[in-house]
Design a protein around this ligand. Sequence first.
Ligand SMILES: [Zn+2]
Length: 65
Amino acid sequence: MPEDQPAAGPKPFVGLHMQCCNVYVRAYPNADRTAYVARCPRCGAPVRIDVVEEGGHTGQFFNAS
Ligand SMILES: [Zn+2]
């Protein structure tokens, strides 16, 4: 059973602009670190941003339709 361990430092995250509700949220890596995940605080729309191997992610703006 994997358990959450105390982070040695601040977790990396990306700031996302939720165009559905015009709010900013923070997306954190999932357990596998294959994607950043977040949820819109207003409408609850899930957000997933796949991490690309070339470095970084697909972008900081995401339109949750
Ligand atoms: Zn929303």
